[in-house]
Design a protein around this ligand. Sequence first.
Ligand code: HAM
Length: 420
Amino acid sequence: MSTFKAPKGTYDLTPPDSATFLAVREALAAPLRIAGYGYIETPGFENVELFARGVGESTDIVTKEMYTLTTKGGDELALRPEGTASVLRATLEAGLHKAGNLPVKLWYSGSYYRYERPQKGRYRHFSQIGAEAIGTEDPALDAELILLADQAYRSLGLRDFRILLNSLGDSECRPAYRTALQDFLRGLDLDEETRRRIDINPLRVLDDKRPDVQKQLVDAPLLRDHLCDACRAYHAEVRALLTAQGVAFEDDAKLVRGLDYYTRTTFEFVHDGLGSQSAVGGGGRYDGLSEMIGGPALPSVGWALGVDRTVLALEAEGVTLDIPPATSVYAVPLGEQARTVLFGVVAELRRAGVATDLAYGGRSVKAAMKGAHRSGARFTLVAGERDLAEGVVQLKDMESGAQEPVALAAVTDTLRSRLG
Ligand code: HAM
């Protein structure tokens, strides 16, 4: 072992498990690729102010969890704790919203960083697949995103997850509700920090997981009873569209989420096999975020799905993904001359798109064949001096055990047709 270890709250992805991780990423993004979402990539760090303004000065993410740094040039940066603020910043910077084709639909995949207390499912470095639909207010867009996430999880074989749905209202109805909630909360028996939260971010108190707090919140006023007509109609439409598509959801009037930019539709995908870190994905509408970071009014909606937790959810449900072996053909040279010839054969097979590996290091036939088995290859190519003198290699089918000589010039075509 090296003297160094992965930093606290992080882990390495190594083969063979990393193949599952890649497959999960692919599967979560697949529905987006066929629904009009274009790929976007933004830097791993941004100006710290972007998150302070976007995610919210009073959120845990900004006050406690950001990795911030001052560069030698004096810039105040933060490793990105989430993707939405960055994607919107990049959209505005590139003027994508001005191309006249709204919404701007984007998807992304990457690493995010939060200085949280590590536990199972909660890491300081984690991976998300995200989607943002920018610039359009349409309940069908909210429904589309929820549907696509549902589809993504189902395509992986996940079943034990639930969709929690809520509306957080808008600038029309939320302020009055906020005041009503503050009045209610001030009458409760709460600790100092929670009392402070009543002034700054009262909705977050609803999200408090502690049983003694939850008990006192039973009669708390709920936003769903204070929505303005427009928000109520919008929410009803989202619900109706989901129901029409057979997507089951649960109304959760206390679902607030940990980011301040949300308006109207908010949702979370929770998996029941994960313990306390049960949210495998979440998102919602953020109609005011663009203006908060200096842009024009661009009502938008999006989500991010946690790749790490999705992998844990698969484990919890006992789902194993059917991942084909990375190598289809494994070449075993017997001797120097054979190595040179097979090196060329392998290169040609790869150029033809056949996943091929070679036994390196002049290992014994026994050791090389072990390598062939371990690689999961369907076929091996074995060649010694006598074979080469005859212009052939021995092609072995690892499933049936059958072996036959194949002319060197015909190897690629033969394997291509056998592998389909
Ligand atoms: P979020 O709920 O903070 O939303 O994160 C989305 C998902 O990322 C979570 O449901 C969880 O699966 C995963 N995740 C978050 N923190 C961690 C962690 N410390 N360790 C492991 N996984 C984690 C957002 O990030 C919003 N930007 C989503 C969004 C997009 N809203 C609108 N558009």
